[in-house]
Design a protein around this ligand. Structure first.
Ligand code: TMP
Length: 223
């Protein structure tokens, strides 16, 4: 059954600036009169928050790549049934800080898990649900890493299990995003994430506006 809502995900390597950009996009859409839900993965539910803590901050625990993959999908399955499907059915525009494109990029291209395994899990555990639009904020991994280090220093936060990965890992993740965007150019837009916050915000606005404009029912000019 078609949903009346839309799911838009924000993606990119750690440090790409997507969370700030998503907050700005949400505020702007609300101002324009859209009913917006802002959420994130992993972490959009209570269960998801517990999983987020485990996969991001259990620094000493040895989590295998497959266990990590399973946890990402467990968080997503809960998120879909608790938050995303009800909001889609109620006509909301859902802005989601990461979704399954992260899993393809990080666990697939980053960790080296078979993309077929991930696609099979997506079909069953995500009920085949994909974002209607994915925005990949693309910045060179070295710049992203520098931003992450600077941010953690100013907030005095410890790096996550992913942030401690080196440039090679993040280069594979970035290439992964570019590859999946080439396979699905209609659904995935790569946005230059370099420049001022306002410049990137304007690029994102253009993309979202074009997408939402396309979703509007066409009205006939005939009287
Ligand atoms: P973030 O909320 O700051 O973007 O951090 C979430 C981290 O989790 C980030 O390093 C990417 C990672 N992640 C995956 O590896 N796979 C996934 O499916 C998701 C949703 C996130």
């Amino acid at each position: 059954m078609p949903y009346s809502g839309k799911l838009i995900s924000f993606e990119g390597v750690d440090g790409c600036g997507k969370s700030t950009q998503m907050a700005l996009a949400a505020a702007r859409l609300r101002q324009s009169g859209y009913n917006v839900v802002s959420t994130l993965e992993p972490g959009g539910t209570k269960v998801g928050q517990a999983i987020r803590e485990l996969v991001l901050h259990s620094g000493a625990a040895e989590l295998s790549p497959l266990a990590e993959l399973a946890l990402m999908f467990a968080a997503r399955a809960q998120h879909i049934s608790e938050i995303i499907l009800p909001a889609l059915n109620s006509g909301y525009v859902i802005l989601c800080d990461r979704f399954t494109d992260s899993t393809f990029a990080y666990q697939g291209y980053g960790r080296g898990i078979s993309l077929k395994v991930i696609a099979d899990l997506e079909n069953t555990l995500s009920q085949g649900l994909r974002p209607d639009l994915t925005l990949v904020l693309d910045i060179p991994p070295a710049l992203a890493a520098k931003r992450t280090v600077d941010r953690n220093r100013s907030t005095e936060e410890c790096p996550t299990r992913f942030e401690i990965e080196g440039l090679e890992f993040f280069s594979r993740v970035r290439e992964g995003y570019l590859k999946i965007s080439r396979r699905e150019p209609q659904r995935i837009s790569v946005i230059d994430g370099q420049g001022s916050i306002e410049e990137v915000h304007n690029r994102i606005n253009q993309c979202i506006d074009a997408f939402l404009e396309n979703q509007r029912p066409r009205t006939s000019n005939a009287i």
